[in-house]
Write a protein that binds this ligand. Structure first.
Ligand code: FAD
Length: 514
């Protein structure tokens, strides 16, 4: 069996950036279930937030992030994020990411809930594609071993310490095992829990399911961010219309042509994401429509085409010239705030197991991620995993938690249960566990998922592994959403529409060992 110092699962920004750093310390294997660039990262449009502008500061970035997180951010993690951001951006520039510039200085744009223009971008709205391409080029140059089309199916833990991974080589349908000293989970999010999502189809919650089954703590799963503006064109695959479009002056109209955001929030189109997503949903329901419109026709054509060349081209390819016509949009599942609980050095409760990127919950996003903070979070915390400067002991986080030991992963009997398929799961999650939730819908979802889990098909190929992972991840989302009897950040309960002081705490799940 091959042995490595570091096995990194995933090849988005988290996997590749960590691999580059780890290769300076020891032997590295990156395992990824698709091609190297099959990930959420490649699709990121808006950019990366960092307090590098002349009118900005880490203190202001800290304040904006804490406000968006709605009382559940870990202040220590957010301070680290804002303080270490400028150095990590310099690292990316050194690696060759071609950020857009104006008169020789890095260009910064505005996004919702940021107090000042703070978002760096590349290729206009192709930031993620440039980052992914740059990092994968460097990984090849560094001769780091990357195993593509290989799905990790188990994290092996012996006596509380990681010892390796089991995987399925999808090209020849064989099972393989590797041993290692450190595993870094960088498996991204779980947008495919829901019927409508901005995520590509690799985002199936594998990392959360693998970690939970291995005994890791999973936290904040009720907080799933719905992006307000997914393209809603009949027959067209999900596609994100970036927040930056509103940042540059795009406005939202309902199907009657009315600019409705002024009725919902003083910041109008630049209100926090959860507010805009819910407002759109209310407006869609009120007008009996499945969409609203984003209007950029009043912006100079040159601005639209230089700032949003990909969005412009994607829409044009599907018959819509956005400089002349309105863009039909509706909310879509976008970002998993919760995940595998880590401290500020990316450590989980299992020795040798680390998590970084969208699969991790560092406490930076709280109940609602501030736009463009996610790729920054990756850079800051990857570095702290591999180069833990100043670390004396493992910090545990000071926030209050409701810790629940529960076994959601065992199948007991399959008698009388109904089979599940991906479409049914995504419909259930969208309809009962989506943007607006209540006890009745969540209870129905919890019962249906429990019944489905009993008769899940045995995981033998990529699809069945992913379906198993999605059902388990769904159960963690639903169980948390049911327990949190309040509304906060991205979690909105119509039966508990307000904050509750009692719920100023995190819900953390850990598997009961039988
Ligand atoms: C359309 C869109 C636009 C976005 N825009 C922005 C933005 O402007 N700014 C921003 O900061 N964030 C943005 N985000 C969010 C951001 O892109 C992601 O949070 C971030 O890229 C996640 O990086 P990651 O490396 O953690 O995961 P990913 O990039 O998703 O990579 C996960 C990797 O893990 C692999 N993997 C998963 N499961 C397994 C398994 N079982 N075995 C082996 N490999 C596995 C996948 O194949 C993939 O390679 C956007 C997201 C989307 C979808």
């Amino acid at each position: 069996m091959s042995q490595y110092d570091y096995i990194i699962i995933g090849s988005g920004i988290a996997g590749l950036y960590t691999a580059l750093l780890a290769s300076q310390k020891g032997s590295v294997l990156v395992i990824t279930k698709g091609s190297i660039d099959d990930c959420n990262t490649k699709h990121a449009q808006g950019g990366i937030a960092a307090p590098i502008g002349s009118n900005d500061s880490p203190e202001l970035h800290f304040k904006d992030t804490m406000k968006a997180g709605d009382g559940l951010c870990d202040a220590e993690a957010v301070k680290i994020l804002a303080d270490e951001a400028p150095d990590r951006i310099s690292d990316l520039v050194r690696l060759g990411v071609p950020f857009d510039t104006v008169n020789g200085a890095i260009a910064l744009t505005m996004e919702a809930a940021h107090s000042v223009p703070r978002i760096l971008h590349a290729g206009g709205d192709a930031t993620g594609a440039h980052i992914e391409a740059t990092l994968s080029t460097r990984v090849r140059e560094f001769r780091i071993k990357v195993l593509e089309y290989c799905l990790v199916t188990e994290i092996v833990v012996d006596d509380g310490v990681v010892s390796g991974v089991k995987a399925s080589d999808l090209r020849n349908d064989s099972n393989i095992e590797f041993s290692c000293n450190n595993i870094i989970l960088a498996t991204g999010g779980a947008g495919h829990l829901f019927k409508y999502t901005t995520n590509p189809d690799v985002a199936t919650g594998d990392g959360v399911a693998l970690a939970y089954k291995a005994g890791a703590e999973i936290t904040d799963m009720e907080f799933y961010q719905f992006h307000p503006t997914g393209l809603r064109l009949p027959g067209v695959p999900p596609f994100l219309i970036s927040e930056a479009v509103r940042g540059e002056g795009g406005i939202l109209l309902n199907v009657e042509g009315y600019r409705f955001m002024q009725d919902y929030a003083s910041e109008r189109e630049l209100a926090p994401r959860d507010v805009v997503a819910r407002s759109i949903l209310f407006e869609m329901r009120r007008t009996g429509s499945d969409r609203v419109f984003l209007d950029v026709t009043h912006l100079p054509v040159s601005v639209v085409m230089t700032r949003f060349p990909n969005i412009y081209k994607y829409c044009l390819d599907h018959g819509l010239d956005i400089t002349k016509g309105l863009i039909p949009v509706a909310p879509a599942a976008h970002y998993m705030m919760g995940g595998v609980k880590t401290n500020t050095f990316g450590e989980t409760n299992i020795k040798g197991l680390y998590a970084v990127g969208e699969v991790a919950c560092t406490g930076v996003h709280g109940a609602n991620r501030l736009a463009s903070n996610s790729m920054l979070e990756v850079l800051v915390f990857s570095k702290r995993i591999i180069e833990p400067a100043g670390k004396t002991k493992s910090p545990s986080g000071s926030q209050s938690r409701l810790e629940i030991c529960i076994d959601l992963s065992d199948k007991e009997s399959s008698l009388g249960a109904t089979p599940v398929n991906l479409r049914a799961l995504q419909d259930l999650m969208w309809n009962k566990v989506g943007i607006i939730r209540d006890k009745k819908g969540l209870t129905e979802a919890a019962n249906t998922l429990a019944a489905w889990q009993i008769c899940l098909p045995e995981a033998t190929d990529r699809h069945t592994h992913e379906l198993n992972n999605l059902v388990l991840t769904s159960r963690l989302v639903v169980e948390a959403a049911l327990r949190r009897e309040e509304s906060r950040g991205a979690h909105f309960r119509s039966d508990f529409p307000r904050h509750s002081k009692e719920w100023q705490k995190h819900i953390t799940f850990k598997r009961t060992r039988k």
